[in-house]
Design a protein around this ligand. Sequence first.
Ligand code: SAH
Ligand code: SF4
Length: 377
Amino acid sequence: MNSASSKTNLLGLDHEGLVAFCAALGEKKFRATQLYRWIHQRGVADFEAMSDLAKSLRAKLAECAYIQALPVLTERASRDGTIKWLFDVGGGNAVEAVFIPEKDRATLCISSQAGCAIGCRFCSTGHQGFSRNLTAAEIVAQLWYAEHELRRRRRHKTSERQISNVVMMGMGEPLQNFGQLVPALRTMLDDNGYGLSRRRVTVSTSGIVPMMDRLAQQVPVALAVSLHAPQDPLRDSLVPLNKKYPLAELMAACRRYLQYAPRDFITFEYCMLAGVNDQPEHAQALLDLLNTDGLGVGWCKLNLIPFNPFPDSGLVCSAPHDVQAFAKVLLDAGVVVTVRKTRGDDIDAACGQLAGEVKDRTRAVVRMQRKRDAVPL
Ligand code: SAH
Ligand code: SF4
């Protein structure tokens, strides 16, 4: 048995969890706060280096806990500054995190599951199927690693925060991993953790209605909803979850969320697919959907995402003039529309792509291994 397996990776505990963990060791709350700061604010993994903790506490911690990031399988840096890490989560599975620097912010896009069970037609993660939920430690590890690794690289400003925003838009459906998502989000928001405001942390969901309500009650961060179609039959075919939570229910849940959201809008994501959902009639139907109860369209933002193609998807990215025409219908009616810039093009920094490549490679390695095993030497 791996000695680490009976120990707790402290990256997975939120502040409250760490207080309880330390209490079980007979330690006071302020010790837990000190420890939490060492971990998240200073990126320290070695208890021995935590100089203001008593030697006896450091020894106790070393016996029952550890602080560990995920092994990095690959790192790719784009000409535009985007960095994509692929992390090994064991069992031939890999997840990715993407760092996207911009003028006024630096966003980290992180994963919540290895694979995804929702199976959206245009998503390479969905095509890979579901492997497993990430633990809270594995979710936070992506941020912990990226933040402190970037600080180390930019040595001259070690305490300056590198990541200003987090979006749960990597692999997986975060609301299908709610139990692990919540402590991870709490650590992102905690003043003794990463201290990000609720408006700078976004959960993106394909629309798991009951979990949207729970998120509103427990950690109401910014919400992005992956819409992709304005009518049920089309959305059924693109996002199979729509059959369970159709558009009317989803829109009502969005309205409810708005009462708790950190800003006065919900973001809708819409992946532009040539000839499928990008025609003027789709734009008009979308407008009607957003304005269902006649309250106007001021409560939402629309993010049009150019489809990022991958092998065997059978889908094509919309032509730029179709995207523009689509956006114009909505803009003219007062909707705030943005067209997502493609970042990290040269490194395939889109949802699930690099992980897909690795998974195929891993499968190939396993196949080769089996063949070898089958051949008597
Ligand atoms: N499961 C969540 C979050 C992860 S996906 C969700 O679906 O919202 C993050 C975003 O990337 C979603 O809006 C998703 O629709 C989009 N996406 C997935 N595959 C894509 C592709 N090939 N091209 C462009 N956007 C894609
Ligand atoms: Fe899962 Fe989101 Fe991909 Fe759909 S788009 S398969 S919900 S990761």
